[in-house]
Design a protein around this ligand. Structure first.
Ligand SMILES: C[S@@+](CC[C@H](N)C(=O)[O-])C[C@H]1O[C@@H](n2cnc3c(N)ncnc32)[C@H](O)[C@@H]1O
Length: 198
């Protein structure tokens, strides 16, 4: 299995218990640089694989080739800063591994993302709609909180050009329901997020 493990925004104390458990359990931990290494060094001794500008694609393909074979029988964790699902090296690596060997199982351990952690630093609460962007492309993903009226929300998202709709109810809790949906229910639990993607 290949794990993508989030290490949070930079303080080792913001690494989750789940991440530590996985880092200790796997056969090898790979990190993309010294900063990530410094965060995990008290837990495991990782292998550093750097992705230098200009050679990043070449390094990704080489590592993907290795992991596409090894992760059939072995567990390897790729541990990176923040959350591995956002703007991360892990995306390219996981996509290449799956292209080379679609049978590889991929598990994600979320980390505290920099774009939520920043509000603890600036000491501002957020109760307005929020855009997370690199300003380099159009909006390709909309996250709706307090999504207790999925049908209504889905129509709004479709009108914004989002045509893949996901409902995530009670994530990581008892009664979890996470689905890609065409036909959304009228009502959902208070702990529901809807994600629309282009
Ligand atoms: C390639 S993205 C990775 C984002 C990461 N996967 C996450 O979930 O936070 C790198 C960008 O995240 C932001 N970033 C990540 N960690 C940060 C930190 N500790 N302080 C400020 N910005 C940070 C910066 O804008 C940086 O250019």
């Amino acid at each position: 299995m290949l794990f993508g493990v989030g290490l949070g925004p930079g303080d080792p104390k913001l690494i989750t218990l789940k991440a530590i458990e996985v880092l200790k359990a796997v056969d090898e931990v790979i990190v993309p640089g010294r900063l990530a290494e410094s965060l995990v060094k008290d837990v495991v001794k990782p292998r550093i694989v750097e992705f230098p500008m200009g050679r990043s694609r070449e390094v990704t393909i080489k590592l993907a080739r290795e992991l596409a074979e090894r992760c059939v029988d072995e567990d390897v964790a790729f541990a990176c800063l923040g959350d591995p699902m956002f703007y991360s090296t892990f995306q390219h690596l996981a996509e290449e591994v799956l292209k080379m060997n679609p049978k590889i199982e991929i598990e994600i351990v979320p980390g505290v993302p920099s774009f939520t952690a920043v509000f603890s630093k600036i000491k501002r609460f957020v109760d307005v709609s929020m855009l997370v962007t690199t300003l380099k492309e159009e909006i390709g993903c909309v996250v709706v909180l307090k999504a207790t009226k999925p049908k209504e929300i889905c129509e709004r998202l479709r009108s914004m050009g989002m045509n893949e709709i996901y409902l995530a109810e009670r994530m990581f809790m008892d009664g979890e329901r996470v689905k890609k949906l065409d036909d959304l229910p009228n009502r959902a639990d208070y702990f529901t997020i809807i994600v629309g993607m282009r």
